[in-house]
Write a protein that binds this ligand. Structure first.
Ligand code: WT7
Length: 658
């Protein structure tokens, strides 16, 4: 059993379950027979799921795992992802169906039908081609949650140019390192983005990133959003609205092999360097479409779907762009924050568009709980029929609140476990089939094989905890880490030979249902976003005042975990710290520094200045003890410390100030 698993005591002993509503069981896309079908012949099951897509050349092959751990799925098939997400709906007579209901932060809006999306995407594909972007070239996308972000991803897919979306909240430095790692040839960005009513720059960060590296970039395509003045590099920068004018709406999608890379998405690992997770086309789309159809029960003609994720994360890739659009969803995309201009903004949007399926995160639900249930009560949420959750475990209290206050005690909740690496949902109840259990993601989807293993690699008994692994390959699995095959093998496939180790602790309850217990590595989960302790430590140590830094994820009521940093200042920094206004001001300056280096999401909640850090005799920082301090708990076993008085020193040093 993993010793560092947080929240192991969180599960109630006999949780209540909620059987599916009878009408849903009758009409649901998912059937209990899916489990039987997959159990009979897993590969035949996946092969028949390829019928969810439209293929230029339908595949005859299913899985080739001879080069394990690199898998090839449906490898002799040929298709185009954008054709599947857009054109084929027009071919089948649904061009006038609304694809995107775009809601801007200020309350203005825009709609795009599938036919209009095809026009926009075709124009952008033509513009990218004119700028020299060819099939196989990588394109970085750094945009807010506006329709152009969806167009940009699909335009890349249309020409077979893998996109690398970088979340708009990441810094210029983070953007540069991602551009460099992928060798991106072009960047698609906007002049700026609106955040809580303020126009913030984006193009400026691109300029900064390109000023000091990222030499592979030849052009920057700029969407006008805020209208703010931007610096301009003639010959390199191109306004989208100008290029669009002259661009044709005719464009033939480029058919690619099923294993052609569709995108790279960077995620934090246990080292300072983010990993470029590579996903390919056929298997990824099959599983994105299959899971979206069955887990969210999408009925394309009647549902209004809304996933609140940003396209900067995997959820935005699989459950805003590819899954929903391949399934011909009508969906809301929202540019802004949940509390701009008021704390009922999301519920107002559900009412405005009659949203029926809503997919969000435990952090968002806990924040809404904190704001009070009288806020959602002001809006008509009766259109909702299904709720989803992703990003971290949803604690039973938040689950019940979500079901009662948002779901009117009638909507099933699907708690979906998956990762950037898995590409699509892996563990989740099936609406209409599964009796849901608050706090548990429950069982692997039909076609997915997961286990909870002990330290020794044996499946644990029901009622016990261990490590979550995936024991068989799945269609939307990552195909590797961009440019670093060894790291791919080491990170995921070495802990348990031949099996994929997800990095999460899990417990199986008496019914065999899976409860996720959090990361067991040096990865934190803050508001459902993955952050690396090492990456933030290197940012801190990069500051001239800092000699040493240790970062931990301390449990936080709202965000799941919060970043807490412990730093030792350099001897010579004392005068500078004094000049900056003392230790409190220095902590704040260091917080801001991390925000600038990585992005606002990585900013520590607290930076604590200490004189020592707890280390083992071999020099490894004992984060467990620091977590005790950060969570105001009695400090645990200090026997393995090289100097056992260190914890006293740290606590004495912190006491008067906290
Ligand atoms: C990590 C993956 C998948 C999209 C969002 C995050 C945690 C995710 C759940 C859940 C418990 C969850 C895991 C996982 N996680 N969903 N339903 N219950 N934990 O993607 O950034 O790749 O992070 O998020 O720890 O390993 P990501």
């Amino acid at each position: 059993m993993p010793h560092d698993v947080p929240g192991d005591d969180a599960a109630p002993t006999a949780p209540q379950t909620f059987p599916p509503p009878a009408d849903l069981s009758q009409n649901a896309n998912a059937r209990a027979t899916l489990y039987d079908e997959a159990a009979r012949d897993r590969l035949a099951f996946w092969k028949s799921r390829t019928a969810l897509l439209s293929w230029d050349t339908p595949p005859t092959q299913t899985l080739d795992f001879s080069d394990a751990p690199v898998a090839r799925w449906f490898a002799d098939g040929r298709l185009n992802a954008c054709h599947n997400a857009v054109d084929r709906h027009i071919d089948s007579g649904h061009g006038d169906q609304v694809a995107l209901l775009a809601e801007y932060e200020d309350g203005s809006d825009a709609q795009y039908t599938y036919a209009q999306v095809r026009d926009e995407v075709s124009r952008m594909a033509n513009v990218l081609t004119d700028l020299g972007v060819a099939t196989g070239d990588r394109v970085a996308i750094y945009l807010p949650m506006i329709p152009e972000a969806v167009f940009a991803m699909l335009a890349c897919a249309r020409i077979g140019a893998p996109h690398s979306v970088v979340f708009g909240g990441f810094s210029a430095d983070a953007l540069r390192s991602r551009i460099e790692d992928a060798g991106a040839k072009a960047v698609i960005t906007a002049d700026g983005q609106f955040r809580r009513g303020k126009a913030l720059g984006l193009k400026a960060a691109v300029d900064e990133a390109l000023a000091s590296g990222a030499d592979s970039v030849e052009h920057v395509l700029v969407v006008r959003r805020t209208g703010a003045d931007v610096a301009w590099t003639a010959g390199r920068d191109v306004w989208w609205h100008e290029a669009r004018e002259g661009a044709s709406t005719e464009h033939e999608p480029v058919m690619v092999d099923a294993e052609h890379p569709l995108f790279i998405l960077y995620t934090s690992g246990t080292t300072g360097k983010p990993k470029g997770i590579v996903h390919t086309t056929g298997g990824y789309l099959v599983q994105a479409a299959y899971t979206h159809r069955n887990v969210f029960d999408l009925k394309p003609a009647t549902d209004v779907y809304w996933c609140t994720a940003d396209v900067g994360w995997i959820t935005g890739h699989s459950y805003v762009v590819y899954g929903p659009m391949v399934n011909r969803a009508t969906q809301v995309i929202y540019e802004g924050t949940p509390h701009t201009p008021h704390q009922g903004r999301w519920w107002e949007i559900i009412q405005k568009y009659g949203v029926t399926i809503f997919y969000s995160s435990p952090t968002a639900i806990r924040t809404a709980m904190k704001w009070g249930e009288e806020i959602p009560a002001r809006f008509d949420l009766t259109s909702l029929r299904l709720l989803g959750s992703v990003g971290e475990s949803i604690n039973p209290e938040a689950w019940h609140w979500y079901r009662r206050v948002i779901g009117g005690d009638r909507c099933p909740i699907v708690d979906t476990w998956w990762q950037t690496e898995t590409g699509a949902i892996m563990i989740s109840p099936l609406p209409g089939v599964t009796a849901t259990k608050p706090g548990s993601a429950q069982v692997p989807l039909p076609g997915i094989s997961a286990e909870v293993l002990s330290d020794a690699g044996e499946p644990v008994a029901d009622g016990e905890a261990g490590y979550l692994v995936l024991t068989e390959p799945w269609p939307s699995m990552l195909r590797g880490i961009w440019g670093d095959e060894q790291r791919f093998r080491d990170t995921y496939w070495s802990r348990f030979e031949g099996r994929y180790f997800a990095g999460d602790g899990a417990r199986k309850d008496e019914d065999g249902d899976i409860w996720l217990l959090g990361r067991v590595d040096d990865v934190m989960n803050v508001s459902g976003h993955r952050l690396s302790t090492t990456e933030i430590e290197s940012a801190l140590v990069g500051h001239e005042w800092v000699a040493e830094a240790a970062v931990v994820g301390a449990s936080d009521e709202t965000t799941g975990q919060a970043v807490v940093a412990f730093v030792i200042l350099r001897e010579g920094a004392a005068a500078d710290v004094e000049a900056a206004g003392g230790e409190a001001a220095a902590s704040e300056a260091l917080r801001q520094h991390v925000g600038r280096e990585i992005g606002p999401i990585a900013k520590p909640k607290k930076v604590l200045i200490v004189t020592e850090l707890p280390k083992t005799r071999s020099g490894k920082i004992m984060r467990r003890l620091l977590r005790d301090v950060a969570e105001n708990r009695e400090v645990g076993d200090t026997q393995t410390l090289a100097d056992s008085s260190v914890m006293d020193l740290i606590q004495k040093g912190l006491a008067p100030k906290s």
